[in-house]
Design a binder for this molecule. Structure first.
Ligand code: ATP
Ligand code: MG
Length: 257
């Protein structure tokens, strides 16, 4: 990959507070194209808030977020105006998110969940969208579940549908927020397998997870967040080696138990 390629994500001086609670206190980060960045850190350290700020599900209070060449510098406390809403829309077209709790529409089939964004946001005709949706369901190993409702699927299958949905709109980056932490251990591997395949295809991924084995295997780089700042930012091998320092080792010891 050429060094001249602009990073997919560039964040500078990102701050976010909820009332009196300063949750993000100056985050600076770049994610180059094709990188798998793992985000770790204790509960409440701001991981979810951080990735929600990357596609403006949360509005940052301060700082710059540049995603796929679209830059937003939100005015502190202001509601988004029309121009900003347009930019947010552009950013959301290039970023997809996979949530811990799947967030599928309960009354829609797996296939309809996958193609919903294509049809309602991108204006695809249903036959073409369905064809693409079936390809994606096949990619995540669920071609035979296209007509099933989410309630008829296991947690691991639901999350794989959610990943197929995230891929449908052709994003440049996928943001994952603890995609396996609501799953029983025996269902995690089927989701991690799909994520591993995406990583090996070169998808840019930001993954909040405590899956140490997955991170050791798939991450290019790992950051450790604590109290709203990036406390440690290292290439994978360094993060899991001696270089990361006592605090990270302590944390890894706790989550690996
Ligand atoms: N919408 C909100 N309104 C008010 N406070 C919030 C909101 N979202 C998050 N917070 C607070 O911000 C802090 C950081 O939360 P966040 O969810 O980003 O942490 P996290 O690192 O993802 O934690 P976890 O590992 O438990 O998911 C917490 O103190 C939380 O209570
Ligand atoms: Mg979280």
């Amino acid at each position: 990959m050429s060094g001249a390629v602009e990073p997919v994500i560039r964040v500078q001086g990102l701050h976010k507070r909820f009332g009196g609670n300063a949750v993000l206190r100056g985050v600076d980060l770049e994610v180059p194209q094709g990188q798998v960045l793992i985000v770790m850190g204790p509960s409440g350290s701001g991981k979810t808030t951080f990735i929600r700020c990357l596609n403006f599900l949360e509005m940052p209070d301060q700082g710059q977020v540049r995603v796929c060449g679209v830059e937003l510098s939100p005015p502190r406390g202001a509601l988004p105006d029309a121009a900003m809403r347009r930019q947010i829309r552009q950013i959301r077209l290039q970023t997809s998110m996979v949530f811990q709790s799947f967030n599928l529409f309960a009354h829609m089939s797996a296939l309809d969940n996958v193609i919903e964004g294509l049809v309602s946001v991108q204006g695809w005709k249903r036959p073409a969208a369905s064809e693409r949706g079936m390809e994606l369901l096949a990619k995540v190993g669920l071609a035979d579940k296209a007509r099933s409702l989410p309630g008829q699927l296991s947690g691991g299958q639901k999350q794989r549908v959610a990943i197929a949905r995230a891929l449908a709109t052709g994003p440049k980056v996928i943001l994952f927020d603890e995609p396996t932490s609501a799953l029983d251990p025996e269902l995690r591997d089927e989701v991690l397998r799909v994520m591993r395949a995406l990583a090996s295809e070169g998808m840019t991924m930001v993954v909040v997870t405590h899956e140490v084995r997955f991170a050791r295997e798939v991450a290019d780089r790992v950051i450790f967040m604590e109290q709203g700042v990036v406390q440690t930012d290292l290439p994978r091998d360094a993060f899991f080696g001696a270089q990361a320092g006592e605090r990270v080792r302590q944390f890894l010891g706790a989550v690996s138990c």
